[in-house]
Design a binder for this molecule. Structure first.
Ligand SMILES: Cc1cc2nc3c(=O)[nH]c(=O)nc-3n(C[C@H](O)[C@H](O)[C@H](O)COP(=O)(O)OP(=O)(O)OC[C@H]3O[C@@H](n4cnc5c(N)ncnc54)[C@H](O)[C@@H]3O)c2cc1C
Length: 379
């Protein structure tokens, strides 16, 4: 309900022409570099620009927006919403430099020397792979390559990945598609494959099928593990749980032809760990010409963190606490998925804004930017 109220307010404001670029009258003379133009980078840039700092956002992809533009499909988020916000920010003075891969085209040391502060907001899109027999066959793609190829095409952009790299056109039309991974990214692949006109779409999940309501072992406020059916699922696809993919089967000419799968049974080991075993005589081949790997992300890309010399946490994310977003390197901050791992847009925006307040305080000794704890106290 809150989501729809907020959307109605902002849509009305734009339609009435009430949302106009603000003129930033007093500039502080401080320069800030932000690496990554996803929701975390955009939110931080917007806040820091409004208090008078000169902000440059470096983005390796051809256009700004991060996963808002190249991950979340247009049928879930209309790209005009992203575009109008970027135009507004540019009109207010934020500079977006696209096609610049920090760490390669511009080195970490250059940014640290030329700017008073740096925010790393590069996301966490290193995909988890399925390293089984036949993985090198044609027709097996990471979900993000499929989704970003689709997004580029829908937005009439160059055919490039979310990383700004050239990719092949991955299309599901008339193909038997299998999405490996039962989460939200997998669901986006289902919706996109339906729009391409796939012959069949099947989504496999290794875990047990969740129930319709929370289990007693999963109380509030934990994330509820319940069965989720998205509009993409409702549009049409087969869903199966407790399935292990054992092999990608080729046609003898280097192309994917089928997946060898098996049913599994979950059980609890003596030490409490969850484990599974294969169900006897359940191994079978399912036809598949396009396999999309959507089994999650292992974390942020490490080379940029290494080049800046940033300490990482146990999950390989940039180590920075929620209080000040400072990394182990002086003057370098981290916000969004690069700090917390693959998450949600609301968290990325929230972290970007909180991080901006911390950067402002670091540069000016104090900040007038709103902070979550302060606003909570004001309620
Ligand atoms: C397929 C998919 C669907 C999703 N759907 C939803 C949804 O419906 N709702 C929701 O709330 N969340 C969703 N999410 C999660 C959400 O998109 C992310 O949590 C959010 O975008 C993270 O924001 P971010 O700014 O931290 O990083 P990102 O959005 O990942 O942006 C990081 C940016 O940094 C750039 N970058 C990285 N390294 C460099 C470098 N070295 N130099 C220059 N630029 C660099 C990247 O190219 C990218 O543009 C989805 C995620 C995926 C993958």
């Amino acid at each position: 309900a809150i989501e729809h109220i907020e959307k109605s307010i902002i849509e009305k404001a734009f339609s009435k022409g009430w949302v106009k670029p603000e003129q930033i009258l007093n500039r502080t003379g401080k320069k800030i570099a932000i690496v990554g133009s996803g929701p975390a980078g955009m939110a931080a840039a917007d806040q820091l620009n409004k208090v008078g700092h000169s902000v440059t956002v470096f983005e390796r992809a051809q256009s700004p927006g991060g996963l808002l533009r190249f991950g979340i499909p247009d049928f879930k988020l209309d790209k005009s919403v992203v575009e109008r916000r970027i135009q507004l920010m540019e009109a207010e003075g934020v500079v977006f430099k696209c096609g610049v891969n920090v760490g390669v085209d511009v080195k970490a040391d250059e940014l640290r020397t030329e700017y008073d502060a740096v925010i790393l907001a590069g996301g966490a899109t290193t995909p988890r792979d399925v390293p089984i027999k036949g993985r090198d066959l044609n027709g097996i793609h990471f979900a993000m390559d499929f989704l970003s190829a689709n997004s580029s095409k829908v937005q009439k952009l160059k055919l490039e990945s979310h990383k700004g790299e050239k990719i092949e056109s991955v299309w599901a039309t008339d193909k038997d598609v299998v999405v490996i991974g039962g989460g939200d990214t997998g669901s986006d692949c289902v919706g996109t494959s339906n729009r391409h006109g796939a012959k069949s779409i099947t989504q496999f999940e290794i875990n047990l099928k969740p129930g319709p309501i929370r289990d007693l072992s999963n109380p509030w406020p934990e994330y509820p593990f319940i069965l989720r059916t998205s509009t993409s699922h409702e549009e049409g696809c087969e869903r199966e749980w407790s399935i292990l993919t054992k092999e990608f089967v080729g046609d003898g000419k280097g192309n994917l032809q089928a997946l060898k799968i098996v049913d599994i049974e979950w059980f609890t080991e003596k030490d409490g760990r969850k484990s599974f075993k294969e169900v006897e005589n359940s191994e079978r081949d399912v036809p598949c010409e396009l396999a999309l790997l959507a089994i999650g992300f292992v974390g942020p890309e490490q080379p940029i963190l290494e080049q800046f010399g940033i300490e990482t946490d146990v999950r390989s994310n940039a180590k920075a606490n929620l209080k000040d977003f400072k990394t182990s390197v002086d003057g370098v901050f981290a916000a969004g998925d690069i700090r917390r791992g693959q998450s949600l847009v609301v968290w990325a925006i929230s972290e970007g804004r909180e991080c901006a307040a911390s950067v402002d305080e670091f540069l000016m000794g104090e900040t007038t930017l709103e902070r979550k704890d302060a606003s909570m106290l004001a309620i």
